[in-house]
Design a protein around this ligand. Structure first.
Ligand code: RNT
Ligand code: ZN
Length: 423
């Protein structure tokens, strides 16, 4: 049987099985069509950016391991890779840019000098692709971040520099959102912290608060840009204390009515970000998710369809909060084909949301309400073997996207024809 007939038939059987549970798979696919996933630009070039030719990560804050061939070396290569990845994905994507990815045209532009004009070609690109843009200040890989502090620095020259940088990113984000007609989320993450146990974390946190207050004082329309702040428990080199902790940003987001960004690689491995969603949504309007995969002490591995991501998706859907949650991805793995990494990560994320949308939540809630806990457990267990993969495959088929493992050979072909030619 040819693949498309097989996919079609498998879908019909899947549809019938979910219909038995009261779920309309066609409707679910329509919901998935409307669920944008913001793809991060930084998997394609190992968080290098375009400030300098062949930029690599120095100056602290972020680390990438691996040297698989084919890294994007300039803006054209990065765009080609992202377009290739998008061509292998059903559904809607946005692009999430970091400030170091401006179109600087070979000229060095210091971060406290960046302007919307440096991102005009991205805005034009996004308009042509009918997609939205999200944005991030880049407070790492810079001499002024080398001592481990940026917005919370006690060095006033450094702190002022980073304040100016972040202010400018908000103006640029607002311009992106205005031109593209969809709000651009500007997500503030800083690496600030200390390897060894500090005695004056209070001052660093007070400085961070002061910096942020100054940064967000300038108002931009909500339809153009939204602020988000991203917490972290620890990082490499900031094991003992991270200034922008969960408590810090949770408080800050509530107090200032901005978005909180939850990156599931940024907590203790036994903490579940999924479980935090129904708590934080009681106090803030909206969330930004950085979907990733933590492995032991490290964050930022390629997203896979694992229990953690599934729980995040389930908790968003069960809270009826799809409209309040913005989904972004955040990983960088330089040990394998980077375009393939994007496709695998986006597909895994979509699959998790599909899985959650195919859940008979009303029945489960009813069981729970009536104290039928065995029934709740049994239904949740049987859902694990339902044919949700057939529903995903059909979604690919009707969108003319390679079904299931068929995308592997497309990635291989791109590697042979395009990536292999890169030095
Ligand atoms: C780092 C944060 C942050 C970055 C990007 C590049 O720990 O997760 O989101 O990965 O800003
Ligand atoms: Zn993140």
């Amino acid at each position: 049987m040819d693949k498309s007939t097989l996919t079609q038939k498998a879908y019909e059987l899947a549809k019938a099985q979910y219909a038995d549970l009261g779920i309309d798979t066609d409707k679910v696919l329509e919901q998935l069509d409307q669920l944008p996933i913001s793809m991060h630009c930084w998997q394609a070039d190992d968080v290098g950016g375009f400030e300098k030719p062949d930029a690599s990560l120095d100056g602290g804050g972020i680390q990438v391991t691996g040297n698989y061939p084919g890294k994007a070396r300039n803006i054209d290569e990065l765009r080609a890779d992202i377009e290739m990845a998008m061509s292998l994905l059903p559904g809607k994507q946005r692009l999430n840019l970091h400030a170091i990815y401006g179109d600087f045209k070979g000229k060095f532009v210091e971060r406290d000098q960046i302007e919307a004009s440096h991102f005009q070609s991205w805005i034009d690109w996004a308009r042509e692709k009918e997609t939205g843009l999200d944005f991030n200040p880049s407070c790492f890989s810079h001499p002024y971040a080398a001592d481990g502090y940026t917005l919370s620095s006690k060095n006033e020259t450094h702190r002022r520099f980073w304040i100016e940088h972040v202010k400018r990113t908000r103006t640029i984000a607002a311009q992106m959102g205005k031109e593209l007609g969809t709000p651009c989320i500007n997500n503030i993450w800083i690496p600030d912290g200390s390897k060894d146990i500090p005695v004056d974390s209070f001052t660093h946190r007070a400085l961070l608060k002061e910096s942020l207050d100054e940064i967000i004082a300038e108002k931009h329309p909500k339809e153009h840009m939204r602020d988000a702040v991203e917490c972290k428990l620890f990082g490499i080199g900031s094991e003992a204390m991270v200034v922008g902790s969960h408590e810090f940003y949770m408080g800050y987001a509530i107090k200032n009515n901005i978005l909180l960004c939850l990156d599931n690689g940024h907590f203790h491995p036994t903490e579940q970000v999924g479980d935090k969603i129904s708590s934080v949504l009681q106090f803030i309007d909206g969330l930004l998710l950085h979907i990733t995969r933590g492995v032991r002490w490290d964050s930022d591995h390629i997203v896979t369809f694992n229990d953690e991501v599934k729980l995040i998706a389930q908790e968003v859907v069960r809270a009826n909060a799809l409209g309040r949650v913005n989904i972004g991805l955040d990983f960088f793995d330089a040990t394998l084909n980077r375009v393939g990494a994007y496709v695998a990560g986006v597909r895994a994320t979509q699959l998790a949301f599909l899985y959650a949308l195919l859940e008979p939540t009303q029945t489960l809630k009813k069981y729970e309400q009536e104290g039928k806990l065995f029934e709740r457990l049994a239904l949740l267990e049987t859902l694990k073997t339902k044919p949700f993969g057939d529903v995903y495959n059909y979604w690919c088929l009707i969108n003319d996207i390679p079904v299931a493992e068929d995308y592997i050979k497309e990635v291989q072909e791109y590697e042979r024809e395009v990536l292999a030619a890169r030095g």
